[in-house]
Design a protein around this ligand. Structure first.
Ligand code: MF3
Ligand code: CO
Length: 271
């Protein structure tokens, strides 16, 4: 396991924030009629304009700057020429390398109104991310994060927690130890120590947890064709309280200011 110094964590915060800024920039442009390929182009330009590199491009042969996963696509969706329509939900997952350090996080948006049930899936998934982050403190174990996410999504709300894909350590590499599953037993797995940076990323299905991969070798979809939601934050393990390096507040501000996007503010907080 690689633990980061305070100086390294500050550099990683800059990388994570560049991803947040990229997602914020894109949030302002989302509307029905645009293609996910046009979004991906803007993402590449924005990252390069900020002296960074889109880290997903060519990673294990991945052919785009970003992953854009629409509706039943869980993760690793290819940007394409199909136009977004009202009622679509899309997860935009972005990775950068800035000054040698990776940032990697994701946010799910709703174009127009996808309906109450889908908005609830979005809200519960985001809440589960924060419940996992609460457990990312010194002395806990990976299983405490995993359990908190599974508890909120699967046991309390009946959603499917994807088993095939997991969160991960983050640093000079996109994927470092440890793996961070979104399901598991409290008190199990590696111990969390000061300076461990994790990408925590619940991938939650409205229906069954089962997924399959398209012939393109990347696109992961739900077996039942129902929607899936994915939120991801970059987090540093600390004593007492985790330090969230990425920033949803600027994305949420842009989301609320864009009349084409449906947000969760009208819903009651769920326990
Ligand atoms: N957030 C994803 C991950 O952590 C993105 C990787 S996609 C790839 O694995 F294109 F880079 F492979
Ligand atoms: Co990730």
């Amino acid at each position: 396991m690689i633990y980061k110094t305070d100086e390294q964590v500050e550099l990683m915060r800059q990388s994570a924030l560049l991803v947040s800024k990229t997602l914020t920039e894109i949030a302002g442009t989302l509307k029905p009629g645009i293609t996910t390929l046009s979004i991906d182009k803007k993402i590449g330009e924005f990252i390069r304009d900020h002296q960074a590199i889109p880290s997903f491009l060519n990673y294990n042969g991945y052919p785009f700057n970003s992953c854009i996963s629409v509706n039943d696509v869980v993760v690793h969706g290819f940007p394409g020429v199909k136009e977004l329509i009202e009622g679509d939900i899309l997860t935009i997952d972005v990775g950068v390398i800035l000054n040698g350090w990776h940032g990697d996080h994701a946010y799910t948006f709703a174009i127009g109104d996808p309906g109450k049930e889908v908005m609830r899936l979005i809200q519960v998934t985001k809440e589960s991310l924060y419940k996992g982050i609460e457990k990312a403190i010194v002395g806990n174990r990976i299983g405490d994060i995993a359990f908190a996410i599974q508890e909120h999504t699967e046991r309390k709300n009946g959603y499917g927690v994807v088993r095939e894909l997991v969160g991960h350590g983050l640093g000079k590499n996109l994927h470092e130890d440890p793996q961070v599953p979104n399901y598991g037993k409290r008190g199990s797995g590696p111990k969390l120590k000061e300076g461990l940076v994790l990408a925590i990323e619940p991938m939650i299905n409205m229906g069954t947890r089962d997924v399959y991969t398209d012939d393109d070798g990347w696109t992961v979809r739900t077996n039942d064709g129902k929607p899936s939601v994915h939120f991801e934050h970059d987090v540093c393990v600390r004593k007492g309280k985790a330090d969230i390096l990425s920033d949803y507040s600027i994305i949420e501000k842009a989301e609320k200011a864009n009349p084409n996007l449906f947000t969760q503010q009208i819903l009651q907080p769920l326990n």
